[in-house]
Design a binder for this molecule. Structure first.
Ligand code: MG
Ligand code: MG
Length: 265
């Protein structure tokens, strides 16, 4: 069942998603060599709760094992998604994808950003840049009258053109009162195929892109997904609302990128 959202619901989704953007900006302030992902998780958990929301990832059920133990996913280097925060310090040259979800006033926020840790190799920075570009190319297609496959194709095309792998086992999703609603939003597909996009359709678009092969495996912790060749992977995610002419991006990277700009000065 696909639920199109009313304008009031879209504003509630925006509030939940702006809180995710602000939480990720707190992460941007802290991410540097020596910090642990468990420290990031603690700050994120407190920040979300201090703003009257619930971190949706905490306790999220897993068909293969125990519930998710933390409030953010932190996926470092060859970890693609669903990395579990731990006590290992981040190192100069690492990348870390921080995925964050909130439930605020009954509606969900979901967004992810891949951060460089200190100075990162240029080829890795190019993967981050290209993955983020592919997200916006997908969003450009998320307008009334297009089809879901137009979004999927745009993401895939941009990444494959640059020689990267597109992970297929995990996909974007509808979002609303539930974090994961229909439809699924793959990062690969055919132009002009699939669901016809209507105004009020709210979806999370989230390319998960690999430097090498797109083959993945599940860690023994039953959460963390790694690339099989152990090359690095990037993950960016926005929650958006389909509108006529131009999608409305409900999450935001602006808070994050303001922090990153200040850090680089
Ligand atoms: Mg997410
Ligand atoms: Mg998501």
């Amino acid at each position: 069942m696909i639920y199109l959202k009313t304008d009031d619901e879209v504003e509630l989704l925006r509030e939940a998603n702006l809180l995710v953007g602000k939480t990720l900006a707190e992460m941007a302030k802290l991410i540097k060599p020596g910090v642990t992902t468990r420290q990031l998780d603690k700050v994120a958990d407190e920040f979300i709760r201090d703003h009257g929301a619930i971190p949706t990832f905490k306790g999220f059920p897993n068909p293969y094992g125990g519930p998710f133990p933390a409030s953010i996913c932190t996926s470092v280097n060859d970890q693609v998604v669903h990395g579990v925060p731990d006590d290992k310090p981040l190192q100069e040259g690492d990348i870390v994808s921080v995925d964050c979800g909130t439930l605020l006033n009954g509606y969900c926020g979901d967004s992810c950003y891949t951060f460089p840790v200190g100075e990162v190799e240029p080829d890795v920075m190019k993967l981050l840049k290209t993955t983020k570009e592919s997200l916006y190319k997908g969003i450009e297609q998320a307008v009334v009258g297009h089809r879901l496959g137009d979004i999927s194709f745009a993401v895939q095309h941009h990444c494959v053109l640059n020689g990267y792998g597109v992970v297929r086992e995990f996909v974007g999703h509808g979002i609303g009162k539930e974090m994961h609603e229909e439809p699924q939003v793959p990062n690969y597909g055919k132009r002009g195929s699939g669901l016809l996009l209507k105004s009020g359709l709210c979806i999370a678009i989230e390319p998960m892109i690999t430097m090498g092969s797109n083959k993945i495996y599940l860690d023994d912790d039953k959460w963390t997904v790694h690339t099989r060749d152990h090359k690095v992977a990037a993950h960016y995610e926005h929650t958006i609302c389909v509108r006529k002419g131009k999608a409305d991006i409900l999450s935001s990277f602006e808070f994050i990128e303001e922090v990153l700009r200040e850090k680089s000065i």
